[in-house]
Design a protein around this ligand. Structure first.
Ligand code: NAD
Ligand code: IPM
Ligand code: MN
Length: 365
C-alpha cells in the first residue's frame, strides 16, 4: 500500500526517537512491499525559533493531508519561561484540536524481563495489561484562561457530546478485550465529573456485556500501584489521563517505553510516545526509542490497517526488551541507535515469518 506520513520530530529527544521510529517504518515498507512517503515538518520550540509560531500553517496543512502523523516531543527549558507569550506545548494542543483526535489510547503492558525495574514487587506486575483511553481535546487544557497580577483561572468544561464520543470508543475497545471498563472521575467534587459519570452510566446500557465501574481519581492513583492487574480499559478526562499514564509508566519500568495513538472519527491519527523532550538527556543519543517505535506500530494498526506489520514491530520490540541491548533508563548501556538497530534485525526475522504465515493463510482461504 501507499501512505503519506508526516513526521514532526519536535524538540529534545523528540528528534532522536522519531529517527528510530522512521527507520522502523522504512524497514516495514521494505519487508512487506509498501510505499511510505515521509514529509518532515516543524512543531514546538524549534518552530517558535524558526518562525515565531509553535504550529506553523504549513505543518498543520501537511498533517491534515496526511494518512498519519508521527510526533516526537515538544518543549524544553529554552521555552519554559512562565511569562513567555507563546509556548511549544500550545502547538501540540492546537494540532490535537485541529485534527479532532479526541481519543488518546495509551496501552500499558509490563514486559516480564523488565519487571525488576518497577518499584513494585514482581508478583503484582503479572498480567498487567491496561488500555488507558484519555479524552484529549477538552477539559481544563482547552477552557478559557485568565491571568491578572494576583489571580489566574483555567476553566474546565465538558459537553455531553465530548464525553459520549470518547466513552463509546472506550466501551468498544473493552469489547475487543476483557469486557471491563473503569471510568475515572472526581464526581465527589467536580461538576464536570458528575456529568461525566451520568453520561457513562447512561451509555453503559448500550453495552450490557461490559462490566463498568467508577473510581475516584485520587484512589485510582493508589489502586494503579497496588492492584494494577485488575484493570482492563480505563477511560478518563484529559488532565487525569495525563497524570495517571505517567504514573502507570513507572510500572512498565520507564516513561520511555509507552506509546500512544490519538484518534478521531476517520482513520487519520496522531502517534507519539507519551514522554516529553527529556531535556536532562537530550542530545546525548541515549533516549529509549521504544515508546516512539511502538507508536509507529500503533500507526500501522490504526491508520493503515496493517495488523501483521504492527505485530511484527511489537514482537521485534519484545525480543529486544527480553534479550537486549537496552537503553540506560531500563538498566542497559546501549544508545538510541543501537536499540533501534537491534529492533531492525529482529523485525527482519518476524517480517519473514509474518509474510509466510499470511500468504499461507491466503492460500488456504
Ligand atoms: P519528560 O517526559 O521529558 O522527562 C521525564 C523524565 O523521563 C526525565 O528524567 C527523562 O530523562 C525521562 N525520559 C523521558 N523520555 C525518555 C526516553 N525516551 N528515554 C529515557 N528516559 C526518558 O518530562 P518533563 O521533564 O516533565 O518535561 C520536559 C518537557 O517536555 C516539558 O517542556 C514538557 O512540556 C514537554 N513534554 C512534551 C510532551 C509531548 O510533546 N508529547 C510530553 C510530555 C512533556
Ligand atoms: C502529553 C504531554 C502533553 C499533555 C503536554 C506537553 C501538553 O504531557 O502528551 O502527555 O499534557 O497532554
Ligand atoms: Mn503527559
Amino acid at each position: 500500500m501507499k501512505a503519506r506520513i508526516v513526521t514532526l520530530p519536535g524538540d529534545g529527544v523528540g528528534t532522536e526517537v522519531t529517527a528510530a521510529a522512521v527507520a522502523v517504518l522504512e524497514a516495514v515498507a521494505e519487508h512487506f512491499g509498501h510505499h511510505f512517503a515521509f514529509e518532515e515538518h516543524a512543531i514546538g520550540g524549534g518552530a517558535i525559533d524558526a518562525c515565531g509560531e509553535p504550529l506553523p500553517a504549513a505543518s498543520l496543512a501537511a498533517c491534515q493531508n496526511a494518512d498519519a502523523v508521527l510526533l516526537g516531543a515538544v518543549g524544553g527549558p529554552k521555552w519554559s519561561d512562565p511569562n513567555a507569550p507563546v509556548r511549544p506545548e500550545q502547538g501540540l494542543l492546537a494540532l490535537r484540536a485541529a485534527l479532532g483526535v479526541y481519543a488518546n489510547l495509551r496501552p500499558l503492558q509490563v514486559h516480564p524481563a523488565l519487571a525488576a525495574l518497577s518499584p513494585l514487587k514482581n508478583e503484582k506486575l503479572k498480567g498487567v495489561d491496561v488500555l488507558f483511553v484519555r479524552e484529549l481535546t477538552g477539559g481544563a487544557y482547552f477552557g478559557a484562561k485568565t491571568r491578572t497580577a494576583d489571580s489566574a483561572t483555567d476553566e474546565c468544561k465538558y459537553t455531553v457530546a465530548e464525553i459520549e464520543r470518547v466513552v463509546h470508543r472506550a466501551f468498544k475497545l473493552a469489547r475487543d478485550r476483557r469486557h471491563h471498563l473503569t471510568s475515572v472521575d472526581k464526581a465527589n467534587v467536580l461538576e464536570t465529573s458528575r456529568l461525566w459519570r451520568n453520561t457513562v452510566q447512561r451509555i453503559a446500557a448500550d453495552y450490557p456485556d461490559v462490566k463498568v465501574e467508577h473510581q475516584l481519581v485520587d484512589s485510582m492513583a493508589m489502586l494503579l500501584l497496588t492492584q494494577p492487574s485488575r484493570y482492563d480499559v480505563v477511560v478518563t478526562e484529559n488532565l487525569f489521563g495525563d497524570i495517571l499514564t505517567d504514573e502507570a509508566a513507572a510500572l512498565a519500568g520507564s516513561l520511555g517505553l509507552l506509546p500512544s495513538a490519538s484518534l478521531g472519527e476517520g482513520r487519520r491519527g496522531l502517534y507519539e510516545p507519551i514522554h516529553g523532550s527529556a531535556p536532562d538527556i537530550a542530545g546525548q543519543g541515549v533516549a529509549n526509542p521504544v515508546g516512539a517505535i511502538l507508536s509507529a506500530a500503533l500507526l500501522l494498526r490504526h491508520s493503515l490497517q496493517l495488523e501483521a506489520e504492527a505485530r511484527a514491530v511489537e514482537t521485534a520490540v519484545a525480543d529486544v526488551l527480553a534479550q537486549g541491548p537496552r537503553s540506560r533508563d531500563i538498566g542497559g548501556q546501549a544508545g538510541t541507535a543501537a536499540v533501534c538497530d537491534a529492533v531492525l534485525v529482529a523485525l527482519k526475522g518476524h517480517a519473514d515469518s509474518a509474510r509466510a504465515f499470511f500468504s499461507g493463510a491466503r492460500a488456504c482461504g
